[in-house]
Design a binder for this molecule. Structure first.
Ligand code: ZN
Ligand code: ZN
Length: 303
């Protein structure tokens, strides 16, 4: 096999694109493809102020890197989730990377505010990943609004998107099918949310991060070990092995054929939360209720 551009020995073959590329040509292809995805979905322009939410993992750090390389105004946001050593190590990686980029990084500490994920998981009946997703979405939007950003960009890749699509299809979660899109427009109380890496596989983002010497945290969050998302990713990878190209097609054909039909189902009836003012499905938003519970719990244990 040869690099399609220059004929040298390839570093990667992507069966879903029928494309083999060498190191240099993969890097420039990856960057052009990111730009194309941004334009295709009208995600943002050079005039936008973008907040990239970084976890310390390969996807979010690579996204931050690429967006700045492409000339976008992109700052970072790290939410310290209070998950022991894992959070400490990922915070270190993010801070070092911000220095390398000479970029602005905003850091907030969930532990100070409401006790961190381990506690929140214990005081609710929800799975850790579900509580974590809730407080992340809340904080991303809140911080973006407080600091005047117009767009929140996350590093979700094709494996993330296709596996969550699969689990929601299997459960016929119709509401979800109307909300899953790489760009969610700004609406009352919400800034725009985008996923510029939605068409890259995990393998592709990892390779790009490695080739650019990005020092990311490799270990998974300790709570994600038995998360259902990992199981769905494995299933998709097995299908992909047998029928190359399925993963990308599953996702893209959903965007083209299914999403438009369910868009109305995804619409929500929201009001400003009476406590924090963020959009909420009820008078007091789920995060404010959670915060109250956590604060009460912590006070009870001090006494
Ligand atoms: Zn080449
Ligand atoms: Zn609230």
């Amino acid at each position: 096999m040869k690099c399609r551009i220059c004929g040298k020995k390839p570093i990667i073959y992507m069966p879903h694109h029928r494309l083999a590329l060498c190191k240099e040509d993969f890097i420039s292809w990856f960057e052009r493809y990111t730009e194309r995805t941004i334009k295709e979905f009208k995600m943002f322009s050079k005039e936008d102020k973008i907040l990239v939410t970084v976890s310390g993992g390969k996807d979010s750090l690579a996204l931050w890197f690429v967006l700045r390389k492409l000339g976008y105004e992109a700052d970072g946001f790290y939410l310290h989730l209070g998950i022991g050593e894992y959070s400490e190590r990922s915070k270190e990686k993010v801070e070092k990377f911000a220095q390398r980029l000479k970029a602005k990084l905003i850091v907030e500490d969930l532990k100070k505010e409401m006790g961190g994920i381990p506690l929140l998981k214990d005081i609710t009946s929800r799975e850790a990943c579900s509580v974590c997703g809730l407080v992340k979405r809340y904080n991303f939007n809140k911080v973006a609004r407080d600091y005047g950003y117009t767009v929140v960009a996350t590093g979700h890749n094709l494996d993330d998107e296709a596996s969550s699509l699969l689990s929601n299809v299997i459960n016929w979660n119709i509401k979800y099918l109307g909300r899953k899109y790489p760009v969610l427009k700004e609406e009352e109380g919400f800034v725009r949310k985008v996923k510029p890496f939605c068409k890259f596989t995990e393998k592709e983002t990892a390779l790009y991060a490695l080739l650019n010497g990005i020092d990311f945290i490799e270990e998974e969050c300790p709570f994600s070990e038995d998360a259902s998302s990992i199981f769905y990713k494995e299933i998709l990878n097995r299908i992909e092995e047998k029928f190359p190209g399925t993963k990308l097609r599953f996702y893209l054909e959903y965007l083209r054929k299914v999403y438009p039909r369910f868009k109305e189902e995804g619409e929500r009836d929201l009001q400003p939360c009476k406590v924090c003012g963020q959009p909420s499905p009820s008078e007091i938003c789920p995060v404010c209720r959670l915060r109250e519970k956590a604060v009460n719990y912590l006070h009870g244990h001090e006494a």
